[in-house]
Design a protein around this ligand. Structure first.
Ligand SMILES: Nc1ncnc2c1ncn2[C@@H]1O[C@H](COP(=O)(O)OP(=O)(O)OP(=O)(O)O)[C@@H](O)[C@H]1O
Ligand SMILES: [Mg+2]
Length: 463
């Protein structure tokens, strides 16, 4: 659970260690190298001076060398060793063991310089040959022990170490508080998610700041809002659906009870009651069929789209609704252009047309009419269903596609409406990539439903 924190720490610690390591080595190494360089050139020059001064002696002897050295300023050297041409030490101002390897090399004509930085001093030594008239007559080694520069470098090293300690501690403290601040907000978000996952959809995450984590919180709140809406919709749907089913069931129950409890009911009353029972069960059947249609559309189970000739679909639907229109005395006129084909499900399209036309007939006035038009342009296939009926008040137009919504409850309930027809139309149109709008008739009476589908390309329909 704390693995991000752990990884962050390891990361910061690694970077810190690398930086501090560099800080503690690089400046020291480079200043030490600079000192070496400087010593090499200074001591080489000095070695050359000493060598040429001794070269004037032709033959090296202790006294001769001492005389020469008296005139040279060699006070900064700790020790000076001189040998003759066969390597015998003829001058050593301090005595003790002598490293003869470099002197040997110098006798062979090579200058050798060494310098080490240890024991808080730069210990350097240069060994040079001494030549006279083209022949090597001896060698000289100059020793220097520089504690002053070494002291400076050591004190720099010490200061850098202290600085590193301060920087390291500060960086770690900063990293800890930073990760604590950031991760605390992540944990808070996780808590919120936990709360919502537990079913509390009204919960909202408290957003602070304006960075990526806040953005995450905002997205999460949006998601929760959607969840809450869905949940509310679901509950409303279940309660509406049960209510819708309860009413006809209660009527059936009441009617059958009456039949059972009335002894010797006369034939006509019995017929009337049974007819009512039949009407109610028909209504139940219609409602459940529509609910099934809706849940199928909800599931988005996609049947393979096929070319659907909307003219044929409309003619079939109108044939089915002709008896209803006749019964209500409504005249139906059509203007159906050929070739209005879309890709989709013929069953869904049948439902779209018949629900719209059924409404246009049902919510009409005596002697009213319904006009169904079908046309297409380069981009769209358009279906219009226009009626001269009672119209839909502006304030209801947004809601009529909502499940179970009826404008005039009493009226449409009486006509057997469940308020599901237009939601089925809406969902089917949307599932087919179309749009549906509702307006009023140009002369201000009745309604116009306008459905538009994208026109498929010739390759899609294969026509
Ligand atoms: N053409 C129309 N003219 C006037 N009002 C309409 C028209 N079409 C729909 N309505 C109103 O919109 C409401 C919703 O219509 P919808 O088709 O969804 O339900 P319904 O017709 O009541 O029942 P169902 O279609 O499920 O049998 C209707 O109850 C009616 O009040
Ligand atoms: Mg309807």
């Amino acid at each position: 659970m704390h693995s991000i924190r752990f990884k962050f720490f390891v990361f910061v610690l690694a970077i810190l260690l690398i930086l501090l390591l560099l800080l503690n080595t690089y400046p020291i190494i480079s200043s030490r190298d600079a000192v070496f360089q400087e010593k090499r050139s200074a001591m080489s020059a000095q070695g050359a001076v000493v060598s040429s001064a001794l070269g004037g002696l032709e033959k090296l002897s202790r006294d001769g060398v001492t005389d020469v050295f008296r005139f040279l300023d060699l006070g900064n050297y700790d020790r000076i060793v001189v040998t003759d041409e066969s390597g015998n030490i003829i001058y050593d101002d301090r005595g003790g063991a002598v490293e003869t390897k470099d002197l040997g090399a110098a006798l062979a004509g090579k200058s050798v310089f060494r310098s080490v930085f240890s024991n808080s001093a730069f210990s350097s030594r240069i060994s040079v040959p001494v030549g006279s008239q083209g022949a090597i007559i001896g060698a000289v080694s100059l020793y220097e022990n520089d504690t002053e520069r070494a002291g400076i470098i050591l004190s720099i090293q010490h200061r850098i170490a202290i600085l590193s300690l301060i920087i390291g501690t500060a960086a770690l403290l900063l990293a800890v508080s930073f990760s604590w601040l950031i991760l605390r907000r992540f944990y808070r978000l996780a808590d919120s998610m936990h709360t919502v996952a537990g079913g509390n959809y009204s919960y909202r995450h408290d957003i602070t700041g304006n960075d990526e984590i806040s953005e995450l919180g905002r997205e999460f709140n949006l998601l929760t809002e959607r969840l809450e809406e869905n949940e509310q919709q679901r509950r409303r749907f279940v309660s509406d659906a049960s209510h819708e089913l309860k009413t006809p069931l209660a009527s059936i129950r009441l009617l059958s009870d009456s039949i059972l409890q009335t002894d010797g009911m006369d034939e006509d009353t019995l017929r009337e009651f049974v007819t009512d029972i039949r009407t109610e069960s028909e209504r139940l059947q219609r409602t459940t069929e529509k609910l099934l249609d809706l849940s199928r559309l909800d599931d988005g189970v996609k049947v393979l789209p096929e070319p659907v000739d909307l003219k044929q679909i409309s003619l079939d639907a109108l044939a089915g609704l002709a008896p209803l229109a006749r019964e209500r005395g409504i005249r139906i006129t059509t203007d159906l252009k050929d070739g209005c084909v879309i890709m989709g499900s013929p069953d869904d399209m049948g439902r779209v047309v018949s629900n719209l036309v059924e409404n246009a007939i049902k919510y009409n006035v005596p002697d009213g009419s319904v006009t169904v038009r079908l046309s297409q342009d380069a981009e769209h296939v358009t279906l219009t269903v226009e009626d001269t009926g009672i119209g839909i008040p502006k304030e209801d137009r947004l809601n009529i596609f909502t499940r179970f919504y009826r404008v005039d409850k009493a009226r449409s309930r009486a006509s057997g409406g469940s308020g599901l027809g237009l939601s089925i139309v809406h969902d089917a149109v949307i599932a087919h990539g179309g749009t549906i709008t509702v307006g009023s008739n140009p002369n201000g009476e009745g309604s116009v439903f306008l459905v538009r589908f994208p026109r498929p390309s010739a390759e899609e329909t294969g026509i």
